[in-house]
Design a protein around this ligand. Sequence first.
Ligand code: Z5A
Length: 214
Amino acid sequence: MSRGVFILLEGVDRCGKTTQVGLLSESSVMAPCEKMNFPDRTTEIGKTINSYLKSSLDLSDESVHLLFSSNRWERQPHILECLQGGKNIVCDRYAYSGVAFTNSKVDGPALDWCKACDVGLPRPDAILFLDVSQSVAETRGGFGDERYENTTHQTAVRKVFETLKTEDQAMDNAPEWHMVDAGRSIEEVKKDIEEIVKGVKERKQDTPIGKLWS
Ligand code: Z5A
């Protein structure tokens, strides 16, 4: 039996990740499929992260970064269990958001420090980066409700994502990166994503599960 594949959707705020993760998880291309998202606000750690994002709790940049990372490590056994059992995973944000949102802060922790906490997590097979201009993202529902949802920070976040892509592309064992134009209609973006995922499955489902950034 082939293992499951691990598809990660990343991007700036309001790029449409949640919408497309939902659609992809219901598509026959990904069946059988488990849908995940980070932060997972349902756990005790996730509840603390939620308070931080809603600005009802203040934490140092390092402290909250470690909580975001820990929130992924607490799901590591389940991720491995799914993949080993032949279940595909589609995930809304992961360690890439973790590094991008922390390292982009003014005087934020160094890139290597940010990455170190997530080294060894299950490695996604592919990152589909939903690319949408900042001006379009800000016209979409709900922008500005939470911490980090401001133009200056989101612009800095984009630059770190670009750096992470460049670093991954220089590594032998890294996820495939695919840039998806997310400024189009929901249906057009969905079709593109499904085509990409078909190819990823063919290339990856008979390879070993990798470890992130190692
Ligand atoms: N964060 C962090 O700091 N460290 C970490 O380790 C991790 C995360 C994992 C919360 O993340 C914050 O946590 C986030 C990063 C930080 N901060 N910011 N910014 P989250 O994932 O829980 O929440 P979010 O980033 O704010 O995601 P979102 O609001 O769910 O946005 P989205 O998933 O990209 O978009 P959406 O919900 O699918 O769509 C937004 C709206 O646009 C909605 O009304 C849709 O109907 C509409 N939409 C979607 N697609 C389209 C298209 N194609 N056309 C037109 N309209 C569309």
